[in-house]
Design a protein around this ligand. Structure first.
Ligand SMILES: Nc1ncnc2c1ncn2[C@@H]1O[C@H](COP(=O)(O)OP(=O)(O)OP(=O)(O)O)[C@@H](O)[C@H]1O
Length: 321
């Protein structure tokens, strides 16, 4: 549904987006991750046809966004960052207006408004003017207008930004549900959202794609993937780490927490992908010791994000661990 090839955007001397390529099919939710200023919003603005690319091509539903923007834009619902909805219209009036702009009339318009009001939980504020709404409700109203025409493609720029935890949960559920039938791209700074909503995630840094995969694949790139964390009681921390470091498959053992009764240690394997073997090796070596808890870690997205987008800082930190 969305196909982007070698997309680039320069603002003066600044290359905000620098050769980005990817595609999103129906039934996929692609998460855009990246530090501030990475080029996420600029990419989204180009994909939705709001600003022209400096180079590269964008196809939506087979239509070229630059050559043939009208049918391409018809397929898209777009929630921009800080969506401007400061209006003295009521929520109901605003949604009717948005439906009309999208060419809906009569019964079709009524149904469309009713559908988004229900989906975005706007019943309670339907007759309140948009500029008096709380941030969360204003945000949901903007979200509702972006899906009023039931688009096949949704581009959502930080759709959960500024929402309370309950609203975040509702919006994530909504995106996941819509993602079963639509092609969705959404940007976020919240890494748990990637797990909660995305079928695939892409990390963008300084205008370039630096990682692209399922949340599981990305987590596997973490140093924590395959590490074993264990809590042992009745032992001194240094004798435990010394014992564990003797295992040939162990890279290093680090004390995570040292309490009066027990010690928690994280053990990193020398090579990735030997999960079972590491846990087994540890339990064999510590036979007779009191292991109270032991689990193999899946890997952490925040660790992958930091390592990819701040490699030098992350390495310095690593050296002092
Ligand atoms: N209209 C513009 N004129 C000049 N520079 C711009 C313009 N729009 C964006 N930029 C620059 O392009 C770069 C990418 O900005 P963009 O808003 O796409 O980043 P982002 O990944 O969405 O960041 P954030 O997570 O903070 O929203 C930034 O350095 C920004 O200052």
């Amino acid at each position: 549904m969305i196909k982007v090839q070698n997309l680039a955007k320069t603002f003066g001397a600044k290359r905000a987006v620098d050769g980005v390529s990817f595609s999103v099919e129906r039934g996929e939710v692609l998460g855009f991750l990246g530090p501030n200023g990475a080029g996420k919003s600029t990419s989204m603005r180009m994909i939705t046809g709001f600003i022209p690319p400096t180079a590269g091509t964008i196809h939506v539903g087979g239509f070229d966004m630059v050559e043939n923007p009208i049918p391409a834009k018809r397929l898209i619902g777009y929630l921009p960052e800080n969506a401007p909805a400061y209006t003295d219209m009521t929520v109901y009036g605003f949604l009717n207006f948005a439906a009309e702009i999208r060419g809906l009339r009569g019964d079709a318009k009524k149904k469309a408004v009713y559908r988004v009001v229900e989906m975005c939980f706007l019943e309670n504020v339907l007759h309140q003017s948009v500029d008096t709404l709380s941030k969360g409700y204003r945000h949901r109203t903007c979200f509702a207008q972006s899906i009023i025409h039931d688009p096949e493609v949704l581009i959502l720029d930080e759709p959960t930004d500024g929402l309370d935890p309950n609203q975040k949960h509702e919006v994530r559920t909504l995106i996941r549900r819509m993602g079963e039938k639509k092609a969705i791209i959404f940007s976020t700074h919240i890494l748990e959202e990637v797990d909660a909503v995305c079928s695939r995630a892409m990390i963008i840094d300084r205008g370039k794609v630096v990682a692209n995969g399922t949340p599981q694949e990305l987590r596997q790139k973490s140093e924590f993937a395959g590490a074993v964390t264990l809590r042992v009681s009745g032992v001194a921390a240094n004798s435990l780490t010394q014992k564990l470091s003797q295992l040939p498959i162990v890279k290093r053992a680090v004390v995570v927490k040292e309490g009066a009764a027990s010690v928690t240690v994280r053990v990193f394997p020398k090579t990735a992908g030997i999960n079972g073997a590491l846990a087994e090796g540890i339990t064999d070596t510590l036979q007779g010791w009191k292991i109270e808890e032991l689990h193999t870690e899946e890997g952490r997205l925040d660790d992958v994000f930091r390592n990819i987008t701040m490699p030098d800082t992350a390495k310095e930190k690593e050296a002092t661990k």
